[in-house]
Design a protein around this ligand. Structure first.
Ligand code: ADP
Ligand code: MG
Length: 581
């Protein structure tokens, strides 16, 4: 087994990474570090799953190759999101703690450009950048890429997904031809292959742990439900895992916000992370999640990309991603650093084909499970409670003085009765909530005809200026909807065709896109005019059940008073809070 010293890493850096607890190199580091430390290294494509230690693999040699006063930027790391930029820059600063002449600076959107310009002016060996902001700085003449020796494209697949292709062109054409280019990616779709052909010369290719293979320590489960029961299923899954610490992935910002709000109302420790939040809000949420003050982070894929949290117990796919490769990324957030994790997909029948596509890609089978029944959840919670009771530390010096009085007061109760009462105190609310709730049924094929049942969330009702006199048929309306949306499998509700106009409903998430695209189009040479008629709340699951929710009525108010509830389930984080911002 090699050590970092065997790979040629200098002692100052070894001291830094030892403080982080890196005792031996991970496989991707064993491959990439000596490669980059060699004189005139070849270009390199590295395919490795998330959590395999890619940052240190390129970061350590770049730090070692940074010497003297930072007159020019020598190494450029491009990364798709602000969070990742900050994370990489932080990691690199940690690695170079005992080599503090190395200057690292991060430039990314959503934050003052003037401050970043100043940082660049003060000199940096290594710049970590999002493509958009870097192009901006280039256009203002604030960064000189002409002396660049190394370009790292981190999470290349995601940069392309986010549409940064032109920016990459714009950046790379300003770097010297003799540069070394490294591309890191968890997956290798064709676009990445194409990009690697454009920017890399005769690259060496390293694959760690097989292409597109899900992390080994992750179990994959599917829970089949009616689409309208998605949220209820989510709650049950969470209730069934009292120690859950995980990310709930949603497809859109709206959905992310909506689910997080519902969970918060129902008194779960949850919050959302998505692109509409300010940088300060995002940092606050992420820090709360890292120190486990939040147990559920509801996030979009982009927001959660690369988030470096090691001990997630669960990844929940509230909806499947539009692209299969994204599933690999999502599930790779758990099962990291030698721990086990589960990736759970909440799915309706319509998505079953997608599941088998993912199985093929992962080379792994999903376990089909049912939403836990109320009884199962109660049993699980009960044992969890008893377990906590058994393990709780008793502070004898404090409690003993009260004991005589307490004992006297409870004299009339025998042991069994006493246990029942204590347990009921904590547990009645759970029992009450679940006792009359039916189990969530498994959907069957018959349901597919019921179009309205196939989605959840809010619906928007549209008015359209076409009707029977235009010979308009429901299929025409469906055609108009699908032709004008990038995502095709959306929920379509009632279609009501009148004489000279019509109404139809679609999921509210797609309202803006549809309006924007349709209003410039014609239908059989008549100009289409579309307007929002009204919004219908799909409240089947919120109103009735919310009031009966034990967490809602009692737990929340109790927690507000005592502030203890979250702590009793979650031990204070032992891990040092690594992100300072
Ligand atoms: P990737 O970029 O491949 O998704 P990261 O570089 O974010 O992975 O690393 C994942 C986690 O592994 C981080 O928490 C990091 O600190 C840790 N790590 C990296 N290298 C080592 C090592 N050699 N020993 C122990 N932990 C490591
Ligand atoms: Mg990474």
């Amino acid at each position: 087994m090699k050590t970092f010293a065997d790979l040629g890493v200098e002692s100052k850096i070894i001291n830094g990474i030892e403080e982080l607890g890196f005792s031996k190199p991970m496989p991707v580091q064993e491959a990439v570090i000596p490669h980059l430390l060699a004189i005139n290294p070849r270009d390199l494509i590295t395919l490795a799953q998330t959590g395999t230690g890619k940052t240190a693999a390129f970061g350590i040699p770049l730090i070692q190759n940074s010497k003297g006063k930072p007159k020019f930027v020598k190494h450029l790391i491009l990364s798709p999101t602000r969070e990742l930029c900050l994370q990489i820059a932080d990691d690199l600063r940690d690695f170079s703690k005992f080599k503090d002449e190395v200057k690292i600076t991060a430039v990314f959107g959503g934050s003052s450009i003037d401050k970043q310009i100043l940082n660049l002016k003060n000199g940096a060996h290594i710049v970590v950048a999002t493509p958009g902001r870097l192009v901006d700085l280039q256009n203002r003449g604030k960064i000189d890429l002409s002396k660049i020796e190394t370009v790292v494209l981190d999470e290349a697949d995601e940069m392309l997904n986010m549409g940064f292709r032109e920016e990459l062109d714009e950046i790379i054409k300003n770097t010297p031809k003799e540069r070394t280019t490294l591309l890191f990616s968890a997956t290798m779709p064709n676009e990445v292959l194409e990009i690697s052909k454009r920017y890399l010369k005769n690259p060496e290719e390293i694959t760690i742990g097989g292409r597109n293979v899900g992390a080994e320590n992750v179990s994959h489960e599917v829970v089949l439900v009616h689409a309208r029961d998605r949220y209820l299923a989510l709650k049950r899954i969470v209730d069934f895992h009292p120690e859950i610490y995980g990310i709930v992935f949603c497809r859109t910002r709206n959905e992310t916000q909506d689910i997080a709000e519902k969970l918060i109302k129902d008194s779960y420790n949850a919050d959302s992370l998505h692109g509409d939040l300010s940088q300060a809000q995002r940092n606050a949420v992420m820090n709360k999640f890292r120190i486990k003050h939040l147990k559920l982070l509801v996030a979009t894929d982009v927001a959660a990309r690369g988030l470096d949290v090691d001990d997630l117990t669960h990844v929940i796919n509230y909806n499947l991603p539009d692209e299969l490769e994204i599933y690999t990324h999502r599930s790779g957030r758990t099962g990291r650093a030698g721990k086990f994790g589960s990736s759970i997909v909440i799915s309706n029948l319509r998505e079953k084909n997608k599941i088998s596509d993912i199985e093929k890609q992962l080379g792994k089978k999903f376990k089909f499970t049912e939403v836990p029944s109320g009884k199962e959840i109660c049993t699980k919670q009960l044992f969890h409670l008893i377990d906590r009771m058994e393990k709780v530390t008793v502070d004898h010096t404090q409690i003993d003085s009260f004991l005589p009085e307490i004992t006297k007061k409870l004299e009339w109760l025998d042991r069994e009765e006493l246990i029942k009462k204590f347990v009921s105190l904590e547990f009645n609310r759970f029992l009450d909530y679940y006792k009359n709730l039916p189990d969530l049924g498994k959907p069957d094929k018959k349901d597919r005809s019921k179009r309205r049942e196939q989605f959840d969330g809010d619906m928007t009702r549209f008015f359209i200026n076409l009707g029977k006199k235009d010979n308009l048929k429901p299929t025409d309306i469906i055609g108009i909807i699908k032709d004008n949306l990038s995502f095709k499998e959306i929920g379509i509700g009632d279609i009501d065709i009148k004489e000279t106009f019509s109404f139809f409903e679609i999921e509210s998430d797609y309202q803006e896109e549809l309006l924007k695209n349709v209003n410039t189009k014609n239908f059989r040479s008549r100009k289409i005019s579309l307007e929002v008629a009204s919004k219908r709340k799909n409240d089947r699951q919120s109103s009735g059940s919310r009031n009966r929710n034990p967490r809602n009525e009692n737990r929340f108010s109790k927690r507000k008073k005592s502030g203890k509830d979250s702590e009793s389930q979650f031990k204070p984080a032992k891990r040092k809070l690594r992100r300072k911002k």
